[in-house]
Design a protein around this ligand. Structure first.
Ligand code: USQ
Length: 405
């Protein structure tokens, strides 16, 4: 298949290009390197030393014996998207090209409005270009489990049967996102669903959980193929940050009570799941939703797991809860379905504990790069609009709170 990856320079996009190529697909990618700029704006850098795109493409050729076509440009520019699709003629478009950080979107009005315009306009441009240039192609759109929020009932995969005043229907499950960023994914979902209905496009909307991990096997030992790995408050996800904290001897920081539950997925399994979606397109006009995660864990459980695995590798770490800069439920019910991908053959390749060991070993090699930006670990972007570093919760208070969970 000819697969176009929007956002090919990112944490998921770059490894996905390799993973798909290894499976015989022809891959092209687009990016405008914004992720590199955002992380720099946070005064941070990738823990893994990533290469420039020209070096990445050369390494790609050396390792896979094929060229990957690369289009540099901005998805909010319709002409760019149209020309890229005309020239590459994709069978599938994997859309990873959005601003992915909840805290970044909460900084101030400029960051909020920019995030909303960037994400929503980029997706609309892709939908229009698909309609006009490749209407038979399949859009694999990266959404987020965060679209659903944390309702006090089970979460189905996108739709549920509901009976109301004696009548029944199959309707989209309510979305209650927790940040302006997560809201952009909700708006995208509505727009993609509408485009499938009116234009007969086909799409898989992926509600992905929190991804973690430093590598996939396809990278081999070639350092030029490394994907990025962020640990700052905006672009680092929970376990990734916890591992970096452990490696440089900073406390591991569950926010608030640490009873938040989320679906988690190793990077390797994210690649496998996105590929399953690409290789099993829905029918024309169909809009389907996959909940994409391996297992649900509580944040404290994960912090304890990182602490335990680190100890087994001779790394001494401590867990210290900090004030929660977000407005979110810190104890809640969470039981999302995730059957579709398993039905299509998803087989988890690793368990969280083993993957954490792999990560810690990699991160030890990049110790100095994390150490050099140690100050970016403590968050100061708060959901109430204040920009003020959080502080550690008093240990006695913390113990009381954890017992209550
Ligand atoms: N958290 C901590 N301590 C930290 C960092 C995070 O306790 O140092 C907590 C947060 O409060 C939250 C949970 O961990 O309850 C997850 O936070 P996160 O920063 O790992 O993930 P999130 O902001 O939800 O966003 C990430 C990706 C985003 C994706 C989302 C999937 O950045 O692109 O959409 O995961 S999900 O979480 O299912 O919405």
């Amino acid at each position: 298949m000819r697969v176009f990856i929007a956002g090919v320079d990112g944490y998921l996009g770059w490894p996905l290009a390799m993973y798909l190529t290894k499976r015989g697909h022809t891959v092209a990618g687009a990016d405008n390197y914004m992720r590199r700029d955002w992380v720099q704006e946070m005064s941070s850098q990738s823990a893994s030393p990533i290469s420039r795109m020209t070096d990445r493409l050369e390494a790609f050729r050396d390792n896979f014996d094929r060229n990957m076509r690369f289009f540099k440009g901005d998805l909010t520019n319709y002409n760019f998207v149209e020309n890229a699709f005309r020239s590459f003629k994709p069978d599938a478009v994997v859309h990873l090209g959005e601003m992915p950080s909840a805290p970044y979107s909460m900084i101030d009005v400029e960051h909020t409005t920019w995030t909303q315009v960037n994400n929503i306009v980029g997706t609309l441009n892709i939908l229009y270009a698909m309609r006009d240039i490749c209407p038979e192609s399949h859009l694999v759109k990266l959404g987020t489990m965060g679209e659903y929020g944390t309702p006090n009932i089970d979460i189905p995969e996108g739709f549920f049967e509901i009976e109301y005043r004696g009548r029944k229907d199959r309707l989209p499950f309510p979305r209650q996102a927790g940040s302006w960023y997560h809201q952009t994914k909700v708006h995208d979902s509505n727009n993609v669903m509408f485009a499938c209905r009116i234009w007969g496009l086909r799409s898989t909307d992926i509600m992905q959980g929190v991804v973690f991990g430093t590598r996939i096997d396809e990278m081999g030992d070639d350092q030029r193929l490394l994907t990025r790995f962020d640990f700052d408050q905006c672009f680092g996800t929970a376990i990734n940050r916890f591992c970096c904290q452990a490696v440089i001897g900073e406390p591991i920081t569950p926010f608030g009570k640490g009873g938040q539950r989320r679906g988690f997925l190793p990077l390797r399994d994210s690649m496998q799941c996105l590929t399953i979606a690409v290789e099993n397109p829905p029918a024309k006009g169909e809009y389907r939703v996959f909940n994409q995660f391996q297992e649900v864990y509580g944040i404290t459980e994960l912090a304890e797991m990182v602490h335990r695995v680190a100890a087994s590798l001779g790394i001494d770490s401590e867990i210290r809860n900090v004030e929660n800069p977000r407005k979110e439920m810190e104890e809640h019910y969470y039981n999302p379905d995730h059957r579709h991908l398993f039905d299509l053959g998803y087989e988890p390749t690793t368990d969280v504990e083993s993957e954490i060991a792999v990560m810690l070993n990699d991160l030890r090699n990049w110790h100095d790069r994390i150490e050099a930006r140690r100050e970016v670990l403590m968050p100061d972007v708060r959901w109430d609009g204040r920009r003020e570093k959080v502080t550690y919760i008093d240990p006695a208070e913390k113990r009381g709170k954890i017992r209550a969970v």
